[in-house]
Design a protein around this ligand. Structure first.
Ligand code: AMP
Length: 411
């Protein structure tokens, strides 16, 4: 199938060609015609499948027909809600790119940056608004935004919205839009709560399941290393020196873990940057840009900060900590092996994380190949370290300086 078969109009076909896309992805093939018919949809598709274009292209086409010539005083006709700033920015880049041969205007708004420049652009008028829930409601409360003319409402990464506690905000925003509108819901997974939300805000939606959520892209090779927790840093350095070729995103579960690892890799002379919740938006964007343009070869990230970020040609993902939620593993791995590229995923598993591997393997229905040939193997009989709670019955003696130093652990 070609983009022409999807009955897309010339300015969009021109932009698609300029982007270098030769044919639609599966989610685009299945979703675009349904949106163009004006129906509500609920689509289960992960990032990396081309889902942003699957909603951006038909929205632009619908607006294109109606676009009013004046640039000023435009009303928001399409509203896209996204859970994270990075994702929101990426969605707007997609809209800008596909709208390059039209005079349709888009704006992205999110918290953590000054509100005034966003308000200035809003006042000039935009057709498409991409927003994170908090900032949008802030603007609404200050009477700086009008959603009366919204015709299409898009909820992207709905399951992440749920995980981040945004669902009530989303429901509020939906009620601020006119009742008569087209609603498009995209989610990597469709748990019960998302079904419930869909039932409450979508009208007779068409359900499109593109990839089973459990599937890991075929083009990603996965390897598992069992390693004692305290040796993970050494194994990580060993892999960076000898095995990992190209750029890599290293995932850690906590902000604290991200910062510690970044310090350690920088000490070793690696060009490394990081994104996590303690960084403001500008710093996160700078880190992402440095990584995208190849200045930093290593980006260390927490899951929430990295969710959905689109980096073309990401060669490797390294799970320094095993994710304790199986779906997170699929999301992390989904960063690489995108749009036909080959990727590698390395996972470091300590004794206390073994149960996570079992859950992940059951979820993806594949046994992750184990690499035993490495310098820091885990004793197969090693028991997870159980940290004693405060107030334990064991007496705490005075510790020597040497033993305190030895205790500096890798969390
Ligand atoms: P997404 O799932 O929207 O995050 O898209 C993932 C990546 O695929 C982005 O870099 C898009 O630019 C790219 N992409 C989207 N549609 C196509 C297509 N039809 N052919 C090739 N690449 C595409």
């Amino acid at each position: 199938m070609s983009f022409k078969d999807l009955k897309l109009i010339k300015p969009l076909l021109k932009a698609i060609e300029a982007s270098g896309y030769t044919e639609p992805t599966l989610v685009q093939e299945r979703t675009i015609p349904v949106i163009l018919e004006g129906k509500d949809v609920i689509v289960s598709a992960q990032t990396g499948t081309g889902k942003t274009a699957a909603f951006a292209l038909p929205i632009l086409q619908q607006l294109f027909d109606k676009q009013d010539a004046p640039k000023r005083g435009k009303k928001i006709k399409a509203l896209v809600i996204s859970p994270t700033r990075e994702l929101a920015l990426q969605i707007q880049q997609n809209f800008k790119n596909y709208a390059q041969f039209s005079n349709l205007r888009s704006l992205v708004i999110f918290g953590g940056v000054a509100i005034e420049p966003q308000v200035d652009v809003l006042k000039k008028g935009v057709d498409i608004l991409i927003a994170t829930p908090g900032r949008l409601l802030d603007l609404y409360k200050q009477d700086l935004i009008n959603l009366d003319k919204v015709e299409t409402f898009v909820l992207d990464e709905a399951d992440l919205m749920l995980a981040m506690g945004f669902i009530d905000d989303v429901k509020k925003i939906e009620r601020l839009c006119p009742e008569e509108k087209q609603t498009l819901l995209f989610s990597a997974t469709i748990p019960y709560k998302i079904e419930e939300l869909a039932n409450s805000i979508l009208k007779d939606p068409e359900r499109i399941d593109v990839t089973p959520t459990q599937s890991v892209a075929q083009d990603v090779s996965q390897v598992l290393y069992y390693v004692p927790k305290r040796r993970k840093i050494e194994l990580c350095l060993h892999l960076l020196r000898n095995t990992v070729k190209g750029n890599v995103i290293i995932f850690r579960r906590t902000k604290f873990g991200v910062k510690k690892l970044e310090e350690r890799l920088a000490e070793k002379g690696y060009r490394v940057d990081s994104i996590h919740g303690d960084k403001n938006q500008n710093d996160r964007q700078t880190a992402l840009n440095k990584f995208k343009n190849g200045y930093a070869k290593i980006l260390i990230a927490t899951d929430v900060a990295a969710r959905g970020i689109d980096i073309n040609e990401l060669d490797n993902v390294l799970n320094f900590d095993m994710p304790n939620v199986a779906e997170t593993y699929v999301h992390r791995i989904g960063r690489t092996g995108r749009a036909g590229n080959i990727g590698s995923a390395y996972s470091l598993c300590s004794a206390d994380e073994k149960s996570y591997v079992k859950t992940i393997e059951n979820y993806v229905n594949v046994q992750i190949p184990v690499e035993k040939e490495h310098p820091y193997p885990l004793d197969p009989n090693a028991k997870p370290i159980v940290h004693k709670k405060k107030g334990s019955k064991y007496k705490k003696g005075r510790k020597s300086e040497a033993s305190k130093k030895k205790k500096r652990r890798w969390y």
